[in-house]
Write a protein that binds this ligand. Structure first.
Ligand code: FMN
Length: 257
């Protein structure tokens, strides 16, 4: 999978969208999404799936909860639950997909719970040991959020400062770390809990999360950080901390190339 600078730009105008116009995606947009999904599945052994007509997954649900409107298409975030750190991996690759959709001028929202899980299983395919962890809704949106969306996104407005995110640090912080942290500040998280923290000690950048917070949020944050570093010309990869700091903490170290 080749990272794109347009994904870094998309970080700064991504926001969860829950009201869609209901207009279908264009063939060209679907093509880009399908190609990225194929690259991701190939690289990661995950099993992401684009479902163009997914209205049924929300039919009963929106009526009772009224959170999402006009959704046509979704990306099913599916993976083999036996893969190590599968949730972090799903979050990491799923967020790149979100940012590609935003760069295509589409609205998106991570959905951990607000859909009909039974019905979702009828429209996706699951291999042995595979699980549906989340959906990403994707579709056309108006430029402006409507009142209901604005109310929903009020929860997302308590912006985290860089110091809150990079809690432990020493020495001069290099520009790739600052750029990574700026990007990670804008990472979405379930219930907007913002559970991820970073440290930069002994010239080592580490990202971590305390259980029972979900590793999916950690993976999403890693994707944002990596794009921030990429913007300054720094590439690298995330190595799971082994042995883990403790059973209560999951951590990854950024290894520069
Ligand atoms: C893993 C995950 C699961 C989420 N599940 C839901 C969901 O089920 N329903 C929903 O409306 N929003 C869901 N969200 C969206 C978050 O509420 C949203 O990202 C957060 O409030 C921050 O707002 P923002 O995305 O506009 O920055 C989820 C986000 C993440 C990362």
């Amino acid at each position: 999978m080749r990272k794109k600078l347009s994904w870094h730009e998309a970080i700064f105008f991504r926001t969860s969208r829950r009201t869609y116009t209901g207009e279908p995606l264009e063939a060209g947009q679907i093509d880009v999404i399908q190609h990225l999904i194929a690259d991701i599945n190939n690289e990661s052994n995950l099993h992401f799936q684009f479902i163009e007509n997914a209205e049924s997954v929300f039919a009963g649900f929106t009526a009772s909860y009224g959170l999402l409107r006009g959704v046509t298409s979704v990306i099913a975030i599916v993976g083999n639950s036996k893969i190590a750190n599968v949730q972090a991996l799903l979050g990491y690759y799923g967020e790149f997909l979100i940012l590609e959709c935003v760069a295509l001028n589409l609205g998106t929202c991570w959905l951990g719970g607000t859909y009909d899980k039974k019905e979702a299983k009828n429209v996706i395919s699951l291999q042995p040991n595979e699980e549906l962890f989340a959906l990403i809704s994707v579709g056309n949106v108006r430029n402006e959020k409507d009142l209901k969306e604005k109310l929903m996104s009020r929860f997302g407005k308590n912006k985290q400062t860089s110091d809150e995110l990079l809690q432990e640090k020493e020495g001069t912080i290099p520009s790739w770390v600052n750029s990574g942290i700026e990007a990670a500040r804008l990472a979405p998280s379930a219930m907007n809990k913002k559970p991820v923290r970073y440290s930069y000690l002994n010239q080592t950048l580490k990202a971590y999360i305390a259980k029972p917070n979900k590793e999916i949020d950690l993976g999403i944050s890693l994707a944002h950080f990596e794009l921030g570093a990429f913007k300054t010309g720094v590439q690298g990869r995330w190595i799971p901390q082994n042995p883990l700091l403790s059973e209560e903490v999951v951590a990854f170290v950024f290894q520069k190339e």
